[in-house]
Structure formats: structure tokens, C-alpha cells
Design a protein around this ligand. Structure first.
Ligand code: SAM
Length: 345
């Protein structure tokens, strides 16, 4: 049999079940680390299939825990699996699995939020951004507590082509609370359309693959879970710096139910608010009475471009934050309060 056929047909040898390992190492789930385990290998296999072919792939798995998903990744033919796990209690079980799959499993005991993935894989697997994605995948049954900050960080990395995206358009297959998965994939006009929908979809093709019922996890979380797959776009739909897009989108969506010009106004200091809002809406040619949820990505692009144009004329606008102004007003009111009380007496 050729070496490549041997690789493709790799199966893990018989091992204790994931449930037995949990008992063996007395691994009680820690709520603080959002630990909800997937023990059903048919489900972990299904999750892994959403990533596409993993034959000879490099994979970073986030939070392997008792390693059910890791087994499915190895059985799918991945050649190099790097797991990043914060909880040291799982390391002995992962070492056992590593012995069963010699040379295929690398274990990092660390925090995925700070782990430098740009150093985790050989540079020769890189593909240029315009080519097909590299044979590198990020897969994870994410801890709920880090899922949203993590995807925002990775979206920024996609925009800057840093972190896991120094290798090219690395694909991600990740779990989120069902509600977050729906927001990530919500289309224009839908009830779940939000800031996260626009930020994810301007940079990636995003697919809500399937829902895992809460009862499939141990312990059972309060919510169901959605599996989402992201493929970075060759050409982002908005070509402005990530931070600028994030600011425009955040301001627009801060009044979800109001007309979109309400949020746009808050991009500007009070003194020039009305005038610049009008100028921005006209330049973008966007109907100011659309609700934020009704805006398409091309309309958000037009708004971001118009805002960038205004900032080019007056760079101080970039530093203006409505929420800072609010905070300042609140503080001033608080400072004044004792004096007022004193005068009342
Ligand atoms: N992959 C396992 C499964 O599907 O059964 C466990 C999933 S559990 C929802 C999340 C895992 O992520 C836990 O093992 C937890 O210890 C780990 N974790 C939590 N926060 C982490 C972080 N910041 N960095 C790396 N791992 C983390």
C-alpha cells in the first residue's frame, strides 16, 4: 500500500470511550470555562464533515477538552492537529490520544485568545490570498464565553491577513449559541440581522450548517448550538480599515428599531452632527429612513466609504466616540449631584 493511501485510511486504534476517559480522570465540567462536552462520535463526525475534506490537512482545534471532536478530526485523515486547551486537567487524556496517533497531534496548554497561530504551522503550507484556501482549518466546539470575542478577533485578522490568515484564506468551522449562529448568518431584512451579521458577511461567506440540540451535550446547556462555517472572501465587500467599518456598523446598529440616520448622527460631534449626517447620507445615496436591519452590505459599504471621505477632510472625526461623550456627561452629572443635594438641604 502506498504511503498516501495508508495516511488516508488512518483510524485510531481502540481507545477507552470519551465517557470512560471523563470518569477515569474525574473531569467534572467547569462552568467558568463554558465546558459542555460532545460525547456522541456520530455528531462530532458530522460537525467535522462540515469543514470539507480534511485529508492530509493541518487543523487547529480550539478547546479539545475530552477530545471527542479531536478523534473525529484524526479519523477524517488530518495529518497535523494542533489543539489549544486552557484547562490542564485535559492534558493527560490528550497525551494518551497523541500516543495513539503518533506524530499527528500537538498539544498546546494555553489560551486561544492569546495563542500566536501565525507561528503554529509551517509557512510552506501558505497559499496566496487570491488562490484556493490553504489545507489548514480551524475547528472548534467553542466555549460560549469566548466564542464572540474570538470570532471578532479573527474577523479583524481576516481583514488584516494576520494571525491564522497569514497562511491565506484559512477556513473556520465553529459552534456558537444558536442565537449567535443565526445572527452571524442573518440576511438583510431578517429579524436576527445585527452588527455581527454585517461584520462577518462583508469579509466571509458564512453558512449556518446545522443545529445541535442542547441535550446532545454533557452537561446540557440552556440553549441549542449552531455550527457555522466561514470562508474568507478573496475581495472583502467593504474596502475600508476594519476599525472604521466596525465603528460605522456599531453606531448604525445602536438604534436597531429606529431609522438608520439616527445611528449615523452619532458618528459626529454635536456641533456638526446634522450637517455632516446629511452630507454622509447624500454621498452614500442611502435612504435615511431605512432601518439598520434593512441595509444591504453594498449600502453599508457606501456609508463606510462616505464616512471615510468625511474623515479624510477632517481626521479628528475618527477619534470622536459618542459613547465617550455620554460617559463624560454622566460623570459630570454625578460630580454635580452632591452639590445639588447640598443646596437642596
Ligand atoms: N471540544 C470538546 C467537546 O466538544 O466535547 C470540549 C468543548 S467545551 C464547549 C470548550 C472547551 O474549551 C473546554 O475544554 C474548555 O476547557 C476549553 N476552553 C475554554 N476557554 C478556553 C480558552 N480561552 N482557550 C482554550 N481553551 C479554552
Amino acid at each position: 500500500m502506498s504511503a498516501s493511501r495508508k495516511l488516508a485510511s488512518f483510524r485510531l486504534p481502540p481507545l477507552p470511550t470519551v465517557g470512560e476517559l471523563i470518569k477515569l480522570y474525574n473531569l467534572r465540567a467547569e462552568k467558568q470555562l463554558s465546558q459542555n462536552f460532545l460525547l456522541d462520535l456520530r455528531l462530532t463526525d458530522k460537525l467535522v464533515r462540515q469543514a470539507g475534506s480534511l485529508r492530509d490537512a493541518h487543523v487547529c482545534e480550539v478547546g479539545p477538552g475530552p477530545a471527542g471532536l479531536t478523534r473525529s478530526i484524526l479519523n477524517a485523515g488530518a495529518a497535523d492537529v494542533l489543539v489549544v486547551e486552557k484547562d490542564s486537567r485535559f492534558i493527560p487524556g490528550l497525551k494518551l490520544l497523541s500516543e495513539a496517533a503518533p506524530g499527528k497531534l500537538r498539544i498546546v496548554h494555553g489560551d486561544i485568545l492569546t495563542y500566536r497561530m501565525d507561528r503554529g504551522f509551517p509557512r510552506n503550507i501558505s497559499k496566496s490570498w487570491e488562490e484556493d484556501p490553504p489545507n489548514l482549518h480551524i475547528i472548534g466546539n467553542l466555549p460560549f464565553s469566548v466564542a464572540t470575542p474570538l470570532i471578532i478577533k479573527w474577523l479583524e485578522n481576516i481583514a488584516d491577513r494576520t494571525g491564522p490568515f497569514v497562511y491565506g484564506r484559512t477556513r473556520l468551522t465553529l459552534t456558537f449559541q444558536k442565537e449567535v449562529a443565526e445572527r452571524l448568518t442573518a440576511s438583510t431584512g431578517s429579524r436576527q440581522r445585527s452588527r455581527l451579521s454585517v461584520m462577518a458577511q462583508y469579509l466571509c461567506t458564512v453558512r449556518n450548517c446545522f443545529t445541535i440540540p442542547g441535550r446532545a451535550f454533557v452537561p446540557k446547556p440552556e440553549v441549542d448550538v449552531g455550527v457555522v462555517r466561514f470562508t474568507p472572501l478573496v475581495q472583502p465587500q467593504i474596502q475600508q480599515p476594519f476599525k472604521l467599518v466596525e465603528k460605522v456598523v456599531r453606531n448604525i446598529f445602536q438604534f436597531r428599531r429606529k431609522y438608520c440616520h439616527k445611528g449615523v448622527e452619532k458618528l459626529f460631534p454635536e456641533a456638526c452632527r446634522m450637517e455632516l449626517t446629511q452630507e454622509m447620507m447624500q454621498k452614500a445615496d442611502v435612504d435615511p429612513t431605512l432601518r439598520p436591519t434593512e441595509l444591504t452590505i453594498p449600502q453599508v459599504r457606501a456609508l463606510a466609504d462616505a464616512y471615510a471621505h468625511l474623515c479624510a477632510h477632517d481626521p479628528s472625526l475618527l477619534n470622536y466616540e459618542y459613547r465617550d461623550e455620554l460617559r463624560l456627561k454622566h460623570l459630570t452629572r454625578q460630580k454635580k449631584a452632591p452639590v445639588d443635594t447640598f443646596m437642596d438641604m
